[in-house]
Design a protein around this ligand. Structure first.
Ligand code: SAJ
Length: 427
């Protein structure tokens, strides 16, 4: 089939590449001309292991092209952002724009798949909008199949492991009709080696949100334990390691907060769909959102004996070994520290980016620096992201210094460093 993948971001581009390498002819559509040009050169505009090889191969074999214009296709996969608006309700602007661009291209018989993470009812909303624009293609309900079919097939891949998890993760498919679900399953089966259970669209929508809310609640539990441990003087990392020796206990890791564009966002879609009922899910969000400010207080306490402290802030990405800065707690912490310590300096070390995001770049007391020189000048070392490159290198570099700086390790990466009485564990 010819598949149009609408939105060439972290999900759309890997999906386009993997479909193209499994027999489909794929046209990737994006509103960003630089993205379209990069893909047509076989390049990838962000860091994701093995993605570039896959894209370059599909482009060179003529299976994958990118375009600013919506093509005619047999299947449309919508993988556009679903951010939230001010009141935590979903912002459907991008989905609506995709629907409006697809509508004039339809000839009848197409399958439209929504992959974007969405609140219950969004697939129906997409169908309603498309068919309102094309009443000639609406199903009159008089038996047979609707002319255009709709399904929700939420992505659930982990950034950093996308090309593996596209193949190995089970995939939920929810159709507005059974026929739509079956057609979507047949397409995903071309590359997905795991199981693909079928359900209805609202169940698939809520299942995806529940998965990310589950993780958020469990991270909030770990973060709450970290605060409790701090209060009673217990090492939270050791505590979790010991508790997890129980065969039915698996506590996640505390940290500086929850970032990324999924786990920090999706639970709110559940809260806004059922505000009275979603009490635990809302509280978990609030606990995780409170973490960055707690880290800032901890850093201030550890540096209050210094008039103009120089801080090496290690990591800006939202988690280890990726270059994605979206909703990153590290970024928020650096911004808050810059406000709270106007006389100090914050040297940010982020080996995965070449420049600071604009809101940090604009600040006089924040700079992007190489690891070695940032550590050499630091009064305080603040570990924000557990990038592999920081694990052993930083303790070695710190050991080589005549005067050891204070250490605030928000990820528990350097347990051996914390043997130093001036250093401290997670806040
Ligand atoms: N984090 C912790 N402690 C932990 C685990 C994570 O503080 O023990 C933090 C991370 O540092 C990061 C945030 O949580 O800031 C989220 O990271 P993550 O690795 O848990 O998840 P994402 O956002 O990269 O990807 C999630 C995944 N969802 C689940 O594991 C249920 C992925 O499978 C989804 O496809 C993705 O969201 C998505 O797109 O929805």
């Amino acid at each position: 089939p010819t598949v149009a993948v609408v939105g060439l971001g972290y999900i759309g581009l890997p999906t386009a590449a993997i479909l193209a390498s499994h027999g489909a002819r794929v046209i990737g559509v994006d509103v960003n001309a630089r993205t379209v040009e990069a893909v047509n050169r076989g390049e990838v505009p962000f860091v994701e292991p093995d993605l570039e090889t896959s894209v370059a191969g599909a482009v060179s074999r003529g299976r994958l092209t990118a375009s600013l214009d919506m093509p005619e296709a047999d299947v449309y996969i919508v993988a556009v952002p679903t951010p939230f608006a001010e009141d935590y309700r979903v912002d459907l602007t991008y989905i609506d724009a995709a629907a409006d661009a697809i509508a004039p291209r339809l000839g009848g018989g197409e399958l439209v798949i929504l992959e974007s993470t969405s609140p219950p009812g969004t697939t129906q909303h997409l169908a309603d909008r498309l068919l309102a624009a094309r009443p000639d293609l609406s199903w009159d309900g008089s038996g047979g199949r609707p002319v255009v079919e709709f399904a929700h097939c939420p992505e659930r891949v982990l950034p950093g492991r996308i090309m593996v998890e596209l193949v190995t993760n089970d995939r939920i498919v929810g159709g507005l009709t059974l026929g739509a679900a079956e057609r979507a399953r047949d397409l995903y089966e071309t590359f997905c080696q795991a199981e693909i259970p079928l359900t209805d669209a609202p169940t698939a929508e809520l299942a995806k949100l529940a998965e990310n809310a589950f993780r958020d609640v469990n991270i909030a539990f770990a973060n709450e334990l970290a605060s409790i441990c701090e209060r009673v003087g217990v090492d939270v990392w050791e505590l979790i390691e010991l508790a997890n020796r129980h065969p039915r206990v698996n506590i996640l890791q505390p940290g500086p907060g929850v970032g990324g564009h999924c786990i920090a966002v999706d639970p709110w879609f559940i809260v806004s769909a059922a505000p009275e009922e979603a009490r635990l899910i809302r509280t978990a969000r609030e606990i995780n959102d409170a973490r960055p400010a707690q880290v800032v207080e901890k850093v201030l306490a550890a540096s209050d004996h210094l008039t103009s402290p120089r801080i090496a802030a290690l990591g800006l990405a939202f988690k280890a070994d990726i270059d994605d800065l979206r909703e990153s707690p590290a970024r928020e912490i650096v911004g808050m520290l810059s406000d709270r310590i106007p006389g100090g300096l914050i040297d940010v070390v982020e080996p995965h980016v070449d420049e600071l995001p604009s809101e940090l770049e604009a600040r006089q007391n924040v700079a992007l620096r190489p690891l070695e020189s940032a550590l050499a000048d630091a009064d305080l070392v603040l570990l924000l992201v557990d990038h592999a490159g920081f694990r052993t290198v930083v303790p070695q570099l710190l050991d080589s210094r005549a005067h050891a700086p204070a250490v605030v390790d928000t990820r528990g990466l350097w347990r051996e460093v914390r043997a130093d009485p001036r250093s401290s564990s997670a806040p």
